[in-house]
Design a protein around this ligand. Sequence first.
Ligand code: ADP
Ligand code: MG
Length: 343
Amino acid sequence: ENIIELKHITKNFDDNFTAVDDFNLEVQRGEFVTFLGPSGCGKTTTLRMIAGFEMPTEGEILLNGKDISKLPPNKRPINTVFQRYALFPHLNIYDNIAFGLKLKKLPKAEIEKKVKKALEMVDLEGFEDRRVQTLSGGQQQRIAIARSLVNEPEILLLDEPLGALDLKMRKEMQLELKGMHERLGITFIYVTHDQEEALTMSDKIVVMSEGRIQQIGTPEDIYNEPKNAFVADFIGESNIFNGIMTGKLKVRFCGAEFECLDDVEHGTQVDVVVRPEDILIVPPEQGAVKGTVISVVFKGVHYEITVQSGKNEIVIQSTKSAKVGDMVGLNVEPDGIHVMPAE
Ligand code: ADP
Ligand code: MG
């Protein structure tokens, strides 16, 4: 069952600059959907249209099947958590969370109940009297989320909410947010430019570039079957080679012919994507491709080895090291080769 649908949403800013271009998306109730793309690709603008802070130039937004495109933000059962959580530093936690409810003039007992429940939702029971400054960055962000949950939204929008935290705290909060999403059953629409964050947290990822959707899929889909070179390049480390189809399920790149699983017409110019972890280093005489090791970097769980073969630089992840200057052979299995028509 779709909770929200975006149909042909386009947003032009002045001078006909198109920030979001024909955006189509269906989100199911309870899903964790992430908009992923580089800075400036239109993620925040799309979120702001869902929240109602920005009006689409074209298209419509349906919530539970009804057009909400004309509703003001406070009439939508949707709340947003921003990167700058903007808690009021002079108020305690209770007053921070209760702020909006007091404006709505709800009875005091009801406010108390709602604040207590919101704090339980983010696992910070009993924090009512604490001051903002005594909380860690991660705890402050959880309070900001509690403040959004207190209105019992059907959809929570999160715009790079972990961007201001350091790496360790960000990793912790990723897991906490995912746990929170599973516990609460609310629909989350999450924005990030960090591919690892998107892969870790999402049920569904929407990869965007220059206002347009490049691919929608599960993290596994997006990682294993990128639809085009942009997605392949943006998600994870990739080698991208120019190639040509030389027969049924046969592709030529890096000076050798390989079997592949993607059926593209004979003679087509293609982009060939190969993940560094799918390339095997073998003795030179056993490799489909031969080359010279030009760099070796220790990365903890593996070595990142770069091999020069003709004019191609090929990056490989290997558990075994190699020596700069060595001649090596390289092989790839058919399921490690992803072929897509060149753009
Ligand atoms: P992201 O969140 O992916 O970084 P944004 O949605 O913030 O991207 O912005 C997309 C594009 O739209 C950018 O080029 C940005 O400069 C432009 N933009 C955003 N808001 C406005 C605005 N109010 N007026 C004009 N251009 C804007
Ligand atoms: Mg943004």
